[in-house]
Write a protein that binds this ligand. Structure first.
Ligand code: GNR
Ligand code: NI
Length: 177
């Protein structure tokens, strides 16, 4: 088990679409275990493999107060979404120090595999539904700030590029984020 580093926006690797998992082998099991350790340590209520620079469709989630409801979603797909939306504040372990309101469907039905490789289909509501949509965005290379206005996003990009420069990271190619 190991806590892995979480990529920080505007790292262009956060834009990599994740590939489907073919076989749930020891490597994927170790990945899941490291993802839980990294998520609980942060702490966060969800983590997509993308965030630790592994571009495979794996999500871990636990929205409970006691860290006792771990859930694994492999190759997750949203197969149905409610028409009704609500707006609530989101944050992201890859965009530390910024939170904002995002509008999303209030419930989604998800199809995928669990940690044992068994197929599931489940309807999620409330914070569960919001977290899943946020994590599935990560697997597609999207971030919650992509749902904000272009004005806000541009302002945030400049702010986080400056922070990255101050950490001594190399400048990005124009248009990379
Ligand atoms: O810890 C997290 N909290 C959160 C709050 C509202 C909506 C989504 C989230 S997910 C976030 C952890 C994270 O960045 N997952 O990708
Ligand atoms: Ni996130």
């Amino acid at each position: 088990m190991a806590i892995r580093d979480i990529l920080q926006y505007p790292d262009p690797r956060l834009r990599t679409p994740a590939k489907r998992v073919d076989v749930i082998d020891e490597r994927i099991k170790a990945l899941i275990s490291d993802m839980f350790e990294t998520m609980y340590d942060a702490p966060g209520i969800g983590l997509a493999a993308t965030q630790i620079d592994v571009h495979e469709q794996v999500v871990v989630m636990d929205i409970s107060d006691n860290a006792d409801q771990p859930q694994v979603l492999i190759n997750p797909e949203i197969i149905d979404r409610d028409d009704a939306c609500d707006i609530a504040e989101e944050g992201c372990l890859s965009i530390v120090g910024y939170a904002d309101n995002v509008e999303r469907p209030i419930a989604v039905t998800v199809r995928g595999l669990n940690a044992e490789g068994e197929a599931f289909e489940q309807r999620f509501e409330g914070l569960h539904a919001r977290c899943i949509q946020h994590e599935l965005d990560h697997l597609a290379g999207r971030l919650f700030i992509d749902h904000l206005s272009a004005l806000k996003r541009n302002r945030l990009r400049r702010r986080f590029e400056k922070a990255a420069r101050q950490r001594g990271e190399p400048p990005l190619k124009t248009g990379a984020v």
